[in-house]
Ligand binder design. Structure first.
Ligand code: BGC
Length: 246
């Protein structure tokens, strides 16, 4: 089965058709930079443009950076506040005239990694973190993926993602060592609460793991996501199938 996977992110909206039996992209991904102000209507136009680019008429799985229940959005920390309360399934379904499901972006990435990537065949407790504009998180255990919001774990009264996301590293102009060390404090705090056996790091910065993994020093084994920054696209497509299992 082929599903168009779309990952809505703070820096870009990316999509590609995915073979959900293998997790392979069936065409080169199509990427549109996230405009400075992206209202739900603007996002719907971009999602429709991505579907049109592939002349898509089939199912679409979308990953969104916020809390998702059913197809409704409950938070939008790094995108427009007007997404909050919005029925994204209806919005994007109408714009593309295709059947659409919505999943939290990090839960989508976790599904891709546990099915075909770095966590494949691993049944123990796994924490997946995506480090991008925000910090996405999901816990996985025996094939089950649970979306979490650990990027909002409080550090000095603010969300952890304000200090240790990938965009925070650039904004704060930290060296890899400085950032990796702070990231390590955060990850070890999460470890004391969750005790994962495996930590998978996704997001744009996962490709640069050699520069900062050595400063993190977690208890668990820590590995970069196999799909690197494409886990969100693959996982969004895989999630389409999961939604229909409900
Ligand atoms: C959102 C999460 C999302 C993460 C990564 C956070 O700000 O609250 O839902 O998974 O960013 O995009």
């Amino acid at each position: 089965m082929k599903v168009l996977g779309i990952d809505i992110g703070g820096s870009a909206l990316k999509g590609a058709p995915v073979d959900i039996n293998t997790g392979r992209l069936l065409a080169e991904r199509f990427r549109i930079e996230t405009p400075k102000i992206v209202t739900p209507e603007r996002a719907a136009k971009i999602v429709a443009e991505i579907a049109q680019h592939f002349s898509w008429r089939g199912p679409i799985g979308i990953g969104f950076p916020g809390v998702v229940e059913g197809s409704k959005l409950y938070t939008s920390a790094n995108l427009h506040k007007r997404f909050i309360g919005c029925d994204a399934g209806k919005l994007f379904g109408k714009a593309t005239r295709c059947p659409v499901t919505i999943t939290n972006d990090a839960a989508a990435a976790a599904l891709a990694e546990m099915t075909f990537g770095a966590g494949r065949r691993f049944k123990g407790k796994t924490l997946l973190l995506t480090l991008g504009t925000g910090i996405g998180s999901a816990l996985c255990y025996h094939g089950l993926v649970v979306p979490c919001e650990l990027g909002h774990f409080p550090i000095r009264g603010k969300s952890a993602e304000k200090f240790v996301s990938s965009s925070a590293r650039k904004r704060r102009d930290l060296s890899w060592e400085e950032w990796g060390t702070e990231l390590g404090d955060y990850i070890r705090t999460l470890e004391r609460l969750l005790w994962p056996e495996l930590i998978i790091v996704g997001g744009g910065v996962s490709a640069k793991s050699r520069k900062y993994f050595k400063y993190v020093k977690p208890r668990a084994k820590m590995v970069p996501a196999k799909f690197l920054n494409e886990a969100g696209i693959v996982g969004a497509a895989l999630s389409y199938d999961r939604h229909n299992l409900r």
